[in-house]
Design a protein. Structure first.
Ligand SMILES: C[S@@+](CC[C@H](N)C(=O)[O-])C[C@H]1O[C@@H](n2cnc3c(N)ncnc32)[C@H](O)[C@@H]1O
Length: 340
């Protein structure tokens, strides 16, 4: 078959764009070297930047000029660099900030680099984080307290907008006790207890976040109504709470494991209790392959993106049926389940 040259050239150019690793890794490298932070602090000249970032001036210039071409930096006069809007984002080292996530030494970069093990994940259906980094994601966090602290900050940055909504959307006035399963460093539970002074709460998670949560409960003045329990949500949970919240934790697991967590919640809730799934659901119609997030969840923790129907099906598998749902902003969804 004759090959149409113009199509072939376009396809080649497109493929070059798709497979380029120099741009994503070049950006992560300048973040790692803290070049954007230095520029933001007023260091603009190449030699000064090289000195401040402990870099070789000639090679730093090559990288910066490549990223000028990609729209990260501007070189208005030779050897003098400033930030574009994209470059400015790289200075944000806060919990939810792009700089904090992209730094090659950070958990964010380790998460993305788990994609190097994608063939393993596709062959086995299992995450590849351990293949690439030597131990699974959650054990890695247990072993690296600074990464665990970063992870909890990242979760907190998301809870800053979701927790107040969860506290207001659900009829907590009708609830006496709540258990937050995989509750992390306690931001959501602290918010619930602070907003609803009649409420008592228990948080179940791994040791490090439970310890951090104790500090958060004290900070928010709710420590007398909050209990932290080091536990495993694949095993029996403390029974008897009115509501078992699972907030943004199911998405970390494949269907089998996510269903197992729901089963543990249903068992602990008993016939009278409720299970409240809190997720930021993808928009409808749910098209998982439109974002790379689904694959990143696969390689890092074996998780996946799920739409509403997926949640209903998993819950039905453990004898739970939807009894109410609440919708907040930006996809925040609360699904209340009870035993059928
Ligand atoms: C994505 S975070 C969500 C944290 C919090 N619920 C939130 O909405 O911000 C998932 C949480 O599950 C916890 N986790 C992971 N494996 C667990 C296990 N086997 N038992 C209990 N918690 C676990 C993690 O430590 C983490 O805090």
């Amino acid at each position: 078959m004759a090959v149409d040259d113009s199509v072939s050239i376009d396809a080649n150019a497109r493929l070059d764009e798709l497979v380029d690793l120099a741009t994503p890794l070049g950006i992560r490298a300048v973040v790692n070297l803290r070049v954007p932070d230095q520029i933001a602090a007023g260091v603009h000249q190449l030699d000064d930047l090289a000195k401040a970032c402990d870099a070789d001036p000639a090679t730093l210039a090559r990288l910066l000029r490549y990223l000028v071409h990609k729209g990260v930096f501007v070189e208005a006069t030779p050897g003098e660099f400033s930030l574009t809007g994209v470059g400015e984002l790289l200075c944000d080292r806060s919990g939810g900030g792009r700089g904090a996530y992209l730094d090659l030494d950070s958990l964010g970069a380790r998460t993305d680099l788990a994609l190097l093990g994608l063939p393993h994940a596709i062959r086995t259906g299992e995450p590849s984080y351990a293949v690439v980094h030597g131990r699974d994601y959650w054990s890695d966090l247990d072993a690296r307290p600074e990464e665990r602290a970063y992870f909890d900050e990242l979760m907190r940055s998301q809870q800053l907008f979701t927790a107040p909504e969860v506290a207001n959307l659900y009829p907590w006035s009708e609830v006496g006790s709540v258990t937050d399963v995989g509750g992390g460093s306690g931001h959501l539970l602290a918010e619930l207890l602070a907003t609803h002074p009649h409420l008592r709460g228990t948080l179940v998670d791994r040791p490090e976040p439970v310890a951090t949560a104790a500090g958060r409960f004290a900070e928010r003045g709710v420590a007398d109504r909050a209990t932290g329990v080091v536990g495993n949500f694949f095993e029996a949970l403390p029974a008897g709470a009115d509501v078992y919240v699972v907030s943004r934790a199911l998405t970390d697991w494949n269907d089998k494991n996510a269903t197992a967590i729901l089963r543990r919640c249903a068992e602990a809730a008993g016939p009278q209790g409720r299970v409240l799934v809190v997720e930021v659901l993808p928009t409808e119609p749910f098209v998982p392959h439109l974002s790379s997030y689904d694959l990143t969840m696969l390689v890092s923790v074996g998780g996946r993106e799920r739409g509403l129907d997926d949640h209903l099906a998993m819950a039905a598998g453990v004898g739970l049926e939807l009894s109410a749902s609440y919708t907040g902003s930006r996809g925040l969804t609360l699904l209340e389940f009870r035993r059928r």
